[in-house]
Ligand binder design. Structure first.
Ligand code: ADP
Ligand code: MG
Length: 419
């Protein structure tokens, strides 16, 4: 745990130097470390380094480590909530007002308004923020027991509990809660046993009128390998979508972030950022911090030209829509005239298996996703993906028709994908 003097330094260091600090610290200690930056106003830059404790990941489970600042009204029971993710710091606009209103309604009347609440949308659009805002609100306004966990952490905990014969403890923990917040539920599909477990937990909580909130990067019916009984339950309450914010909202978000980080950029630069970065609030925030840190480090005013230069790679990325695994699956399915569902099915017939392998191969070559991530999107193990990629690579060397098909698909997905 390293102390910094304010939010701004925290975001800036996290954004730009965290991996470097982590590597250096890990090298010195000779073991893999997790580094957390915490805000301590007394940790002034001129002062000698404030107390620096570094947490060992073996003690601190992944997914549960989130720095809470001293003085925050987050006590035990609130889970690892990020103190910044409040309703008060969520800027509302047409793209998110419905999701915001439903989240607030749920926070004000948990278990009564909409149960479960299912929030979905692309990355960096505020799903985690809204979900944790519900957690904070309920925690601060009642004695309710709040449980926030990412689906991946839940999965790890479940596997641990199986190995350590602590399933009962796991079960009790999630069934004896008033508000269960599960982030990124689309990862639930990996473990059939966890789906079974979660099904019963869901029923217990639901029957007891306890609130359940879930987020996902896609609509319920597009989550591959999710049991039908869970699909229908997830849709019982209210499903709400977050879409990318419009220009006005992007401006409002940038203004809000400037105020809360106590920074100031010229208005034309704010307009420049809001005009060019449209798809992701996290990236919008990152651009603001990048320009501000440059200006303060070099004591130079930020001009439009400089902004364009500093944000070049972000802007290029923005122009080119990132290829998602889902888009690849869709294009490959269409090309080979099979159903999208076959991409994630267990069918092994050659007419389905080959396109599926081609899709996995393209996911690996056209995106930065890892084998396990690709495996997750196809409902397969990482070894299956690895095998598929090797196999397609080998086959293409001999089979020119396949090689042409893969080349054509890659081009289409990069330039003009079916969405
Ligand atoms: P997701 O979970 O959808 O990937 P997050 O909730 O992590 O996205 O949001 C990414 C970042 O953008 C966070 O820092 C969050 O505070 C910020 N953010 C997203 N939407 C808003 C908003 N409407 N107002 C203020 N900040 C937002
Ligand atoms: Mg999230």
């Amino acid at each position: 745990m390293l102390s910094v003097s304010n939010d701004f330094y925290q975001s800036w260091l996290e954004e730009n130097y965290l991996p470097l600090i982590k590597d250096a610290a890990s090298r010195i200690c000779g073991c893999d470390l997790k580094v957390i930056l915490e805000v301590h106003p007394e940790a002034l830059s001129a002062a000698p380094p404030a107390k620096a404790t570094i947490k060992n990941p073996a003690v601190d489970r992944p997914g549960s480590a989130r720095a809470l600042r001293p003085g925050d009204k987050v006590g035990p029971g609130a889970g690892p909530l990020n103190p910044k993710y409040l309703f008060a710091s969520f800027v509302v606009g047409p793209s998110n007002e419905f999701a915001h209103a439903t989240a607030l309604a749920v926070a004000q009347a948990p278990g009564k308004a909409y149960n479960p609440l299912f929030i979905y949308g692309g990355t960096g659009l505020g799903k985690t923020h809204l979900m944790q805002a519900i957690g904070h609100y309920v925690h601060n306004h009642s004695k309710a027991h709040v449980n926030y966990i990412s689906c991946e952490a839940l999965m790890n905990e479940y596997i641990d509990s199986l190995q350590n014969r602590r399933v009962k403890y796991f079960r009790d923990k999630y069934r004896n809660t008033d508000l269960l917040l599960i982030d990124d539920i689309h990862f639930l599909t990996k473990t059939a046993a966890l789906q079974e477990e979660f099904f019963h937990t869901f029923n217990v909580l639901y029957d007891a009128h306890k609130q359940i909130v879930m987020t996902s990067d896609r609509p319920v019916n597009e989550i591959s390998h999710l049991e039908q009984r869970l699909v229908s339950r997830f849709e019982w309450g209210l499903v709400t979508e977050l879409i990318p914010p419009d220009f006005e909202t992007r401006m409002a978000i940038l203004r809000f972030k400037q105020r809360s980080l106590k920074i100031q950029l010229p208005e034309d630069i704010i307009v420049f950022i809001a005009t060019h970065i449209q798809s992701n609030v996290r990236v919008l925030e990152g651009a603001l911090i990048r320009l501000t840190s440059y200006a303060s480090l070099y004591r130079k005013p930020v001009t439009a030209q400089l902004a364009e230069h500093l944000l070049q790679s972000t802007l290029d990325q923005e122009k080119k829509e990132p290829v998602t695994l889902m888009v690849i699956q869709r294009n490959v399915a269409e090309y080979f005239d099979i159903r999208l569902a076959d991409m994630t099915s267990a069918h092994r017939s050659q007419s389905v298996a080959l396109p599926r392998q081609v899709a996995m191969y393209l996911c690996r070559t056209l995106t930065t996703s890892s084998f396990p991530e690709i495996g997750m999107a196809f409902g397969k193990t990482h070894a299956t993906v690895l095998h598929a990629c090797r196999r397609v690579g080998q086959r293409m060397e001999k089979d020119t028709q396949l090689k042409q098909a893969v080349g054509k698909l890659a081009k289409q997905i990069e330039l003009n994908p079916v969405k």
